[in-house]
Every structure is written in C-alpha cells, then in structure tokens.
Design a protein around this ligand. Structure first.
Ligand code: CTP
Length: 402
C-alpha cells in the first residue's frame, strides 16, 4: 500500500543559502518532490558556488530563481507571487548571514524578499560552524525568528566541514521532510471549529492611573490562537492588555481589561465555541471600589485597599459547559504541582489542564519557552520537554485532538 504524504499537492519554496550543507538540499528537494509537493527553489548568489542551479532545476522540474529579474529578457520574478503561492517556505541550509537578514528584514536578495512576502509556514534549518552557531548574535536572531513564528529545525552535533566537532550540522533531509509532513498532517484538523481562548493578564483599576495586575505577557495564549487558526479553526481571542499581536486573519481579538470584562466576553464566545482554552492569568482580586480621581499621597498618607475576589472564568464556563464542548485550563504552580493541577481540573470541571511549574527554568511568564505536563480528566497525563511556546501550542492542540 502506498501512503499518501500530507505534503502531496503542497507548494514549497526551498531557499538554499551558501553553506557546504547545500549539497544536502538536492536530496531534500528530491524527497519533497517524491512526497508529491511542487518545489520552487530560490538560491542566494553564494549558494550557487556550492551546488549548481542545473542540479536543482532538474530535480524539481522548475527553473531556479536567484535574481530579481532575468538579465537578458528583463523578466521580473515576483517575490509577491511566490509568497502567495507558497504553503511552505523552507530555508535549508540557513546560514548565519541569511538568518540575520531574515530576522532584521534585510531584503537584498530574492530569498529574503520572498520570505518577507510569505503567508505560509516558514521553517529554517540552520547550518554553520560551531562557533558561529554558539555566537550570541545567532542565538538572538534565532530567538527573533521564533518570536516571528518561524519554526527552527535544530542543527545536529557532529563533525563539521571545518573538521571541528560540535553543533552546526544541518538536520538530515529525511528529518526535515518528517517535520513538514507532521505539520501538514495537522494542517486543517480544526477546520470549521470555533475555538475561544483567553490570554494575557487582567488589569484591575485602583484609580485612573493605577492598577493591580501580574506578569503575564500573553505569549502562550497568542501562540495557541495562531496555531488553532492555522489548523483551520475560527478563533475568538479574548485578550487582556498585552504587547503581542495576532497575525492570522482567522483570529478575532476581543480586547478587555478587567476580569469582569473578560468573563462577559468569554461567556458570549463560549455559547458557540467547540473548544475553550483558558490561558489568561486572571487577577485573583480587584479593588472593591475604583476611585474616580487620582489618590493623593499628601492627602492620604495611609491608604487601605480593600480587595474582593474576581469571578472564576474557567469555573463559570465549566458550570455551563454543554456535552461535546471541550474546556482546557492552565495551572501555574510553584509547589505540589500535580496535586494542585488535578484539583483545579476537578473543581473547574475542565477536560484537560496544562500545568507549568515556576520551578522549571524557561517555564512560565515572559519567556519564549515553556515546559508543561498535560493532565486529562480520564486520569492520564503526559510530560513534555522544554519547547518554544509555538511548539507547546501545537502539543496542546494535538492533545485536544486526541
Ligand atoms: N482562571 C480563570 N479565572 C480566574 C482564575 C483562574 O479563568 N479568576 C483560569 C486560568 O485561566 C487557568 C485556571 O483557571 O486556566 C487556573 O488558574 P490559576 O490562577 O492557576 O488558578 P486559581 O484558581 O486562581 O488558583 P490559585 O491562584 O489559588 O492557584
């Protein structure tokens, strides 16, 4: 039986840059073509020193693009059209130079220009010398790209072209193929579903200039919204004040400030939601009264703030949950993690809870990474490694999918 690849019929722009690993790009192009994808190769001028355009055009059945236009005919190669055409943009190998240009938008060649025009999924497979790989500037650029939604296919460790040994070998073509196939397989599993997500902190006013809040940045909730939208869902993102923004056109952001406003918006959206994910860090308390005018220190050397407990949004939705609706919560814990998470899941009538512990480095507020354990109402649980928040979002939606 021949299995049909999830990449069949997909459009892939394969960007090749000037590194010795470019020889592996031929094999990668061949694997993509064999999987049934249409492949358009873009090479940077220096990539052509490592592998010939003839090799790549023969393997893909399409002329390779390097320049913005063909010199003798004046034919313009539209990076805009390519960007719209591509379901996937894969830079493999991605040199330190190209990663830096992609991270900062230096659009001085066809590859970076097309990247900036791409609406599809973007992957990079870095390959370089171990010291370049370990350099803070490379780490910075990779972190920027990751925050921009680019998936990094990690370089492996081993012997490098320099004969030094360390991290910097491009991932093997078969591995890159597998990453894309897995991604494509999850492509539209949530098609037609309505997913509601709460994200960010809530802000509880004390007076016109002061408030109570917490350190949540909204990154986890926004990553979930992007991933759900990419899988075909229409997403309602009820968001407290954050600086991150949603890019996917299927994400409808409803901005709120307080826990009460978040509850009102979440209840409305929950009516039609198939799945609700509570990723917001809702402030537990709000001032009992909000002063109309600024509280003055001179007039009030001592100021007592009376707080009242905020409504529990997850528990409120849990109480009205209909058969078939899936409700997912988060639990950020500092101790007794598993027991606390399981207790919250039961108390709030959740189907699944995503626990992260502040004891784990790289987990929790403000980081670009997270390390989670997912507990399900059926008593099963699974621990995950430290990953980017985009990857954690994919794991959470996979778990919902199951
Ligand atoms: N949550 C909510 N509304 C609240 C408080 C929490 O919807 N007022 C949701 C969070 O979005 C999260 C889950 O409930 O999905 C657990 O949040 P957490 O702050 O860990 O739990 P609390 O119930 O507030 O318990 P505690 O802070 O005492 O640990």
């Amino acid at each position: 039986m021949t299995l049909i690849s999830a990449l069949a019929g997909k459009h892939i722009v394969l960007g090749i840059t000037g590194g010795i690993a470019a020889y592996k790009s031929a094999l990668l192009a061949r694997l993509f073509v064999k999987a049934g994808a249409e492949v358009q190769v873009i090479m940077t001028p220096s990539a052509r020193e490592f592998i010939t355009p003839l090799t790549m055009s023969t393997l893909t059945g399409k002329p390779v693009i390097t320049e913005f236009f063909t010199a003798n005919t004046g034919e313009w190669h539209s990076h805009v059209d390519l960007g719209l055409w591509a379901d996937y943009f894969v830079a493999a190998p991605a040199t330190a130079c190209t990663l830096a240009k992609m991270a900062t938008g230096v659009a001085d060649n066809m590859l970076v220009t097309s990247y900036l025009s791409t609406r599809g999924r973007v992957f990079v497979a870095p390959a370089m010398d171990l010291d370049m790989m370990a350099h803070p500037s490379t780490s910075r650029n990779l972190a920027t790209l990751e925050a921009d939604g680019v998936r990094i296919i990690e370089a492996a460790s081993g012997e490098l072209a320099s004969h030094l040994s360390g991290k910097g070998r491009m991932a093997e073509p078969a591995e890159i193929l597998e990453v894309l196939e897995r991604d494509a397989a999850h492509g539209c599993r949530l098609a037609g579903k309505h997913v509601m997500i709460t994200a960010g902190p809530t802000v509880e006013r004390i007076d016109p200039v002061r408030y109570i809040s917490n350190f949540s940045t909204g990154k986890m909730g926004y990553a979930l919204a992007e991933e759900a939208a990419r899988r075909g869902a229409s997403v309602t993102l009820v968001s407290g004040p954050v600086t991150v923004s949603a890019k996917h056109p299927s994400v409808n952001v409803i901005k709120v400030e307080s826990a009460q406003e978040m509850l009102d918006a979440a209840r409305r959206a929950f009516d039609t939601a198939d799945i609700a994910i509570m990723a917001a860090a809702v402030a537990d308390y709000a001032p009992e009264t909000v002063a109309d005018a600024k509280i003055k220190r001179e007039k009030q050397p001592e100021c007592e703030l009376r707080l009242t407990a905020n409504p529990d949004i997850a528990a409120t939705l849990g109480a009205v949950k209909r058969h078939g609706q899936i409700l997912v919560g988060f639990a950020l814990e500092t101790d007794n993690e598993s027991a606390n998470a399981a207790g919250k899941m039961a108390r709030k009538n959740l189907d699944m809870i995503v626990m992260n512990s502040l004891r784990d480095k790289g987990a929790g507020f403000g980081t670009d990474t997270n390390k989670v354990t997912i507990f399900k109402a059926d008593g099963t649980s699974r621990q995950y490694d430290l990953k980017s928040k985009a990857e954690v979002a994919a794991d959470i939606l996979d778990a919902v999918d199951e």
